[in-house]
Design a protein around this ligand. Structure first.
Ligand code: AP5
Ligand code: MG
Ligand code: ZN
Length: 214
C-alpha cells in the first residue's frame, strides 16, 4: 500500500499515520518529523529549515524532494509507505510521480482529511508531543494520564515551536494557497478519498479503513 495523507495543519495526519503504521506494518514518512529531527541535531539543513518552519512557510521544494527521494530508497519502503505532509506543492507532487515511475510503482490512495480552520487552531494549541517516542496527545481531547508525561514511555511532553496562534494562522494560509491545489491534481487521476476529519480519532480511523479497504 502506497498512500499519501493530505490535510491542513492539525487535521490528524500524524495521528492517523501512526495508527495505519501499526495496523499495516508500513513506515510513516513525515517530512515535518524529519526536518524537526534535523533542527534538533543542529545540522546545516536543520538550521535553514527552522527559519521556514517558524514562519509557517514551506521549505524550498528542491530540499524537500531530495530528502524524500533518499528516504523512499530505503529497504523498509519496498512494500509500501504512508506519506504524511508530502507532497505539499504541485512541484513536489510531480517530482514524486516521476520518482515512483522510475522505480515502476505508483500511489494507490490519496486520503484528504478535511477539518474546518476554527477547529484546527484548538487542536494545535492543545497538542503535546513526546520528546522520546513522538506519540501525540491533546490536553483536552486525548490527555496523558499524568500531565506532561508520556503514557507509553514516560518521556517528557513538549509543545511544538510552530504551534503558536500567529504561526498556526500562517500555516493555514500556506496550506490553502500552496497545498490545496494538489487535491485537484490527484482528483484528475481518480486517487482522492475525502474523509470528514471532525469525528473522534477512532471514527476517522474507521472512515479511512473503509476508503482504502485495509
Ligand atoms: P508538519 O509537521 O507536516 O505539520 P503540519 O502539516 O502543519 O501538520 P501537523 O503535524 O501540525 O498536524 P497533523 O495533521 O499531523 O495533526 P496531528 O495528528 O498532530 O510540517 C511542519 C512544517 O515543516 C511546515 O510548516 C513546513 O515548514 C515544513 N514542511 C514539512 N513538510 C514539508 C513539505 N513537504 N514541503 C515543504 N515544507 C514542509 O493532530 C493535531 C492535534 O489534534 C493533536 O494534539 C491530536 O491529538 C489532536 N487530534 C488528532 N485527531 C483528532 C480528532 N479526530 N479529534 C480531536 N483531536 C484530534
Ligand atoms: Mg503531523
Ligand atoms: Zn513517549
Amino acid at each position: 500500500m502506497r498512500m499519501i495523507l493530505v490535510g491542513p495543519p492539525g487535521a490528524g495526519k500524524g495521528t492517523q499515520a501512526k495508527r495505519i503504521t501499526e495496523r499495516l506494518g508500513i513506515p510513516q514518512i513525515s517530512t515535518g518529523d524529519m526536518f524537526r529531527a534535523a533542527v534538533k541535531d543542529g545540522t546545516e539543513m536543520g538550521l535553514k529549515a527552522k527559519e521556514y518552519m517558524d514562519k509557517g512557510a514551506l521549505i524550498p521544494d528542491e530540499v524537500v524532494i531530495g530528502v524524500v527521494k533518499e528516504r523512499l530508497s530505503k529497504p523498509d519502503c519496498a512494500k509500501g509507505f504512508i506519506l504524511d505532509g508530502f507532497p505539499r506543492t504541485l512541484a513536489q507532487a510531480s517530482a514524486l510521480d516521476n520518482l515512483l515511475k522510475e522505480i515502476g510503482t505508483a500511489i494507490d490512495h490519496v486520503v484528504v482529511i478535511d477539518v474546518p480552520d476554527d477547529d484546527l487552531v484548538r487542536r494545535l494549541s492543545g497538542r503535546r508531543t513526546c520528546r522520546n517516542c513522538g506519540f501525540m496527545y491533546h490536553i483536552e481531547f486525548n490527555p496523558p494520564k499524568k500531565p506532561g508525561i508520556c503514557d507509553r514511555c514516560g518521556g517528557e511532553l513538549y509543545q511544538r515551536d510552530d504551534d503558536k496562534e500567529e504561526t498556526i494562522r500562517n500555516r493555514l494560509k500556506t496550506y490553502h494557497a500552496q497545498t490545496e491545489p494538489i487535491v485537484e491534481f490527484y482528483s484528475s487521476k481518480g486517487l482522492v478519498r475525502k474523509i470528514d476529519g471532525t469525528g473522534s480519532m477512532e471514527e476517522v480511523e474507521k472512515a479511512i479503513e473503509k476508503e482504502i479497504g485495509a
